[in-house]
Design a protein around this ligand. Sequence first.
Ligand SMILES: [Zn+2]
Length: 138
Amino acid sequence: MMEYDYGKLLDRAWANLPEKLRDHSRFELPKADSFVEGNQTILKNFNEIADTLGRDPRHIQTYLSKELAALIVVEGKRIIINRALKREMINKRIEDYAREYVICHECGRPDTKFTELEGERIIKCEACGGWWPQRKIK
Ligand SMILES: [Zn+2]
């Protein structure tokens, strides 16, 4: 009788998974590409960040505006924040945003979407079915 090497079998199963399914573990938070001009910060890749997070840019804009306590103007694919900010500070806010509104609170995957449950706004994970209430931006 043949002996199976389960480690190898698992490796093979993993390798055969479609690219889409394997991608989850490699989800990387988008990083801000920004620079300061006078007392403003221009975030050049804002649209790209929204795309990667899979969220409505307006929602992220509202969030950043409140969290950074600054007015934000959209200019094409970039935004102009009415405050001089270090890049790390913007990255931190993007990370906070992703943790609250994108990354599943149950399984840690990014395959979530905004939806409703009995009239309440929630965020639902399409990978594990978990959900949590969508916190209002105050
Ligand atoms: Zn999940």
